[in-house]
Write a protein that binds this ligand. Structure first.
Ligand code: HEC
Ligand code: HEC
Length: 147
């Protein structure tokens, strides 16, 4: 009996879900209503102006990049980001020194140079553009307990 009730409940939830999905408006990709094989005429986004550091939304969040990254290339031999953000250069350039974690290997041994695990900065840190979100976003930053 209890099993049947659960089943009926699951079916009701499923049906309600299908109904809600059907009522949603069609999502348009950032490329506009253009087939994958066609060329989009949409103007792509412009980087936001350089700003002060952007407040973080949760602990251990990789901070967002508050400046343009145009021409800041990372190659096998040279990491343009570290040209400003390394411990040798940070004071002179005014860039935030990369976190200590960025000089540790996976066994937490200290390294002289940036860890290979952190070499490709934009794997985790992202620059900002004037893109509009495709769907409404109701995310709120995490608060500390008690706040
Ligand atoms: C020409 C120097 C320069 C280069 C190159 C550079 N940055 Fe920066 N970066 C800065 C400065 C200066 C700040 C601090 C901005 C401020 O305080 O207003 C900053 C801030 C940041 C922050 C924010 C730190 C925080 O605590 O919020 C991140 C993340 C960052 N940069 C990542 C990068 C990445 C990734 C690259 C390479 C793609 C890069 N930067 C290249 C100078 C540079
Ligand atoms: C694997 C993800 C990852 C990569 C790759 C990475 N970072 Fe980070 N970064 C983080 C996280 C997470 C934090 C914040 C937590 C911490 O301090 O470790 C951070 C913090 C920072 C900060 C702020 C330090 C502070 O004291 O507030 C800067 C600046 C920064 N990273 C720059 C860089 C640069 C430049 C590179 C490339 C050379 C890079 N990161 C690569 C994840 C990453």
């Amino acid at each position: 009996m209890r099993f049947i009730t659960a089943l009926a409940y699951a079916a009701a939830v499923l049906l309600a879900g299908i109904g809600a999905a059907g009522a949603q408006e069609k999502l348009l990709s950032e490329r506009g209503d253009v087939a994958i094989e066609d060329e989009s005429k949409v103007d792509f986004f412009r980087p936001e102006r350089d700003s002060d550091p952007i407040p973080r939304n949760f602990q251990k969040q990789p901070p967002l990049i508050p400046h343009s990254v145009k021409g800041y290339n990372i190659t096998q031999n040279f990491n343009k980001c570290m040209d400003c953000h390394s411990k040798e250069r940070a004071e002179e350039t005014g860039a935030t020194l990369v976190a200590k974690s960025h000089y540790l290997d996976r066994d937490s041994n200290k390294l002289k140079n940036i860890s290979p695990r952190r070499y490709f900065c934009m794997q985790c840190h992202v620059p900002q553009f004037d893109a509009r979100p495709i769907v409404e976003n109701t995310y709120k930053p995490a608060t500390r307990r008690g706040e």
